[in-house]
Design a protein around this ligand. Sequence first.
Ligand SMILES: Cc1cc2nc3c(=O)[nH]c(=O)nc-3n(C[C@H](O)[C@H](O)[C@H](O)COP(=O)(O)OP(=O)(O)OC[C@H]3O[C@@H](n4cnc5c(N)ncnc54)[C@H](O)[C@@H]3O)c2cc1C
Length: 503
Amino acid sequence: MTQLWPVLLALALPAAATSNYDCSTICQTLASALPNLVTFPNSTAYAIHNNYWSARQSDVHPACFVAPRTAQDVATAVQLLTAHDAPFSVKAGGHTAFEGGSNIPAGVTLTLVHLDAVAVSADRQTVSVGAGNRWINVSEALDPLGLAVVAGRSSTVGVSGLTLGGGISYFSGMRGWACDNVRNYEVVLASGDVVNASPAENEDLYWALRGGGGSNFGIVTRFDLVSFEQGDLWASSNVYPGAANRTLIPMMHELLVKGLPDDPAAHTYFVMTHTAELGGYAVLSDEFHATHSDVASPPAVFAPFFDPALPTLAINTRVSNISRLSRDIEQANGLRQTWWDTTVAATATPDLLLDIVPLWEENIAPLLAAAAADNSTISPYLIYHPISSNILEAMQVNGGNALGLKPEDGPLMIVQLNLAWTSAAMDELVETSSKELIEKVNALAASRGASSKNGYVYMNYAGKTQDVYAGYGKQNVAKLRRVAKKYDPREKFGELWQGYFKL
Ligand SMILES: Cc1cc2nc3c(=O)[nH]c(=O)nc-3n(C[C@H](O)[C@H](O)[C@H](O)COP(=O)(O)OP(=O)(O)OC[C@H]3O[C@@H](n4cnc5c(N)ncnc54)[C@H](O)[C@@H]3O)c2cc1C
């Protein structure tokens, strides 16, 4: 139970300057206001909270973690932090790759882990999900009921970060991204007020939270998600030698421009990697279908990927529930990670998508050599995520979201880089080289034809220094800034909530 007197006492104290702010005092104040919810270094609870997917984030050490149990606890923490101008960060699933994305050196990190309720409405149309949940908590509650939501595809990723930045899902072909399937957000504003944002209430905030990202508007404490009847999914993970990309990428291009729009229940992404276990380069085609249930034969849309003439290394086809599928995609905590992305508009032929591959191979060769010399490891991935026209159309529900992607912009392919490595000595090299590759891909795409969405950066896959809002369009960015200012007139979140993409 929150005790009010320490809060009132603390609010009466003079605020400190943000720079060089010593958070040990605010941590003690928070500990008085929120008994048993604040943890300090050298405790087991602190070590558990400081465990992140990317080791670059676990390397960061806040002065304390605050783990609220209710929206009112979050409000209390926000009131104290803003009254004292204390820098802070917010952790949900903690899957941001770069350091400080959801942790803060010597500041205060709010971890939402205890906001873990999952409640299905009596009419089965809505699932209310506490903001500290990971997708596996949601699917484990919904699978036995034969229900699903437009969720992330990997089990331990946070509901919050994924949904606030957009959210690509198995069901996006029929229903858009995760952010397009939120009925209502419960939000703690910079004032400490707890409000709802829906088409009926605070509609401008509702729009901004649908893709506008977390750290500018408020701390969401609960998402009321659209739920729908869904049985098991068909899925297949097909592995081929790297050289087969010359055959497979044209097939993926055909899916992007025709196969996926013709069958919105289908979903896919395409991964190229270099791995010693497979003797070098390899290609993975991960395919999903929401209505096909025959494990013995693939749905027509993916049939070309099962052609016996292809030099296939492995095929893992299953029909199973979402919890199992999302566990298959899990990537364990503990490695150093970076993600960068850009977008290319589909061209008439697959040549652009084919020609990105040698650029990537050239880019990762020195990284593989550096890791070998350093006696460390590095795993590089180049991932294509198709954003076909049906996805862009489905994203227009509720009057469209803040992401600035329209059907006439497509079809699009998100080109994502992921590198996972073990040696901190490689950090700078990896970041510089990823930036260079993105620049080369953008230049190549520009040379193959102009599109306003070439170079669009999807927030959830973005590198720390990428300009994610540039692609949202000037009008959307101006509107997002107006909304941020309206709900946080003193711009406290802009100033104090550090480390992620700011407007
Ligand atoms: C293995 C893996 C698989 C992935 N799969 C997908 C996928 O299928 N589809 C997809 O679109 N993306 C995917 N992603 C990307 C993912 O969407 C982003 O990394 C996302 O930001 C993770 O959310 P999180 O809550 O785990 O992260 P966090 O690092 O905890 O949070 C991300 C940002 O959101 C802010 N934030 C967190 N909670 C709140 C809140 N309640 N209110 C306001 N702001 C908040 C944080 O402060 C931080 O700035 C994947 C990532 C990984 C690592």
